[in-house]
Design a protein around this ligand. Sequence first.
Ligand SMILES: *[C@@H]1O[C@H](CO)[C@@H](O)[C@H](O)[C@H]1NC(C)=O
Length: 254
Amino acid sequence: MLSFILLALLAHALPVKCQNLLQQKLNIIILAGQSNMAGRGGVANDTATGIPTWDGVVPPQCQPNPSIIRLSADLAWVQAREPIHADIDARKTNGIGPGMPFANAVLTKDSNFGVVGLVPCAVGGTAISEWQKGQFLYEQLVKRAQMALQSGGVYRAMLWYQGETDTFSQEDVELYKGRLKRFFNDLRSDLQAPMLPIFQVALASGEGPYIEEVREAQLGIGLPNVKCVDAKGLPLGPDGLHLTTLSQMSLDDP
Ligand SMILES: *[C@@H]1O[C@H](CO)[C@@H](O)[C@H](O)[C@H]1NC(C)=O
């Protein structure tokens, strides 16, 4: 579904002539948020050691593709391979996230799309306050996106999946919508992409009791070109917090 919406948005946004030109370029897709964006599909605690371990299972929808590259932590373009956040969310064990299935789906639906340049930026356990302008994660995101642009890219979309950490306190919940809006607005402004399509996933789970309240803020964000995909009800892993590999892939089901 996400990839259909992206292609529809782009088709409306660009005249045909312009589209042909842009097809030569690198299509930049930013991935940001916390653990469910970084990807924990296939990660479980090892029964013997208790250490979180990825099972290494990569379904066809997440396989590497010569047309999908990824900006590494040291700002080099490399072929994208799961787990694509391994060197970004480096303190955690990463597994399957939504980035590869999204990129593969876009290319399957539009074989003329060109090269997809994924810019992974998600870090597990991060609150929306850490994604505000001036904070480390925000500045890293802007820096990585600008680097991607300098290599001849065009901003196509940001996929955003965050909020589980903001379900603890009533105060954070009340501030959530304002912080989220400010983050989206500041980012669009700093990237000079005022209509950057943003695909936001509404929470399926949370670390605290205020999941519904954060979901309401997300679903009611009310900004142009922000599309919400609801993850509520998707099967979660054994920790009750993280989307399974199948759930991650179903975010892109038509
Ligand atoms: C792994 O174990 C930790 C500590 O007991 C627990 O908090 C976490 O939810 C477990 N993770 C999974 C994927 O089961």
